[in-house]
Write a protein that binds this ligand. Sequence first.
Ligand code: URA
Length: 289
Amino acid sequence: MNTESPEGRPQADEQGTEQGDAHGVWSEDMELAPVHPGDREPGDTSGDRQGERLQKVLARAGVGSRRVCEDMIAEGRISVNGRQILEQGLRVDPQTDQIAVDGQRLDVRNDRVTYAMNKPFGVVTTMKDDRGRPSVGEMVGDLAAGLVHVGRLDQDTEGLLLLTTDGELAHRLAHPSYEVPKTYLAQVSGSVPRDLGKRLRHGIELDDGPVAVDSFTLKDTHAGQSVVEIVLHEGRKHIVRRLLAEVGLPVSRLTRTAVGPIELARMRSGSLRRLNRTEVGALHELVGL
Ligand code: URA
């Protein structure tokens, strides 16, 4: 945002410095998440010093006509980098400024896309499989150049997988230090002890260190099988299967139903949908972008 400072420099928030790994190790999820591919530093408006008028950026993002966007500014519904904007004609940098409508972040850039996929059972999370197995890359085809998957799901795990051309977003969503919550539904064999939620929230020791869940809910029990929902914020390999096996509940079916604020909802197996600007904005906000 150019707030007409004497130097004419934007006042974008300084965020996004590289963070350390909270667990001292990199998750398997990091393998395909490129770091900072060509993204500009926040506030770097080189080549675009004056920025663009806020109402034009909002209109191009589909918020409404320029006139409608001007009215929304006048009504105090728009903020830039956390500051409510009431004056017309403010110049912003869509690459770096954080724009919110009615308090909800909006991704106003047009050069990046993010998709949700309901990955089917049996599909390998890789953009190209040397062994010729069905892969996520094969499923997306040439949908968008530079698309990478955000973290991984096991071949036998179904459910929500995000894919994006935004390298920094992919990096942060997958990195354990950003602690992005992921929700799983697991079908397990055996009956679930009453104190299991408490034990899982407290933490269970695995071969490669302890793991604790953010929440645990018993959803259903029938004929020796139970369905449990687990929310946890890490991405170690096979973490849900290993955790539940450790407490005597082998997993027979595993589905990821949410990543942060993005839900699988009613997506059909194998389908893809492009996330809208509010959803992408919410992901950015979650990881401090
Ligand atoms: N935990 C697992 O065990 N498998 C996955 O695919 C994801 C989390």
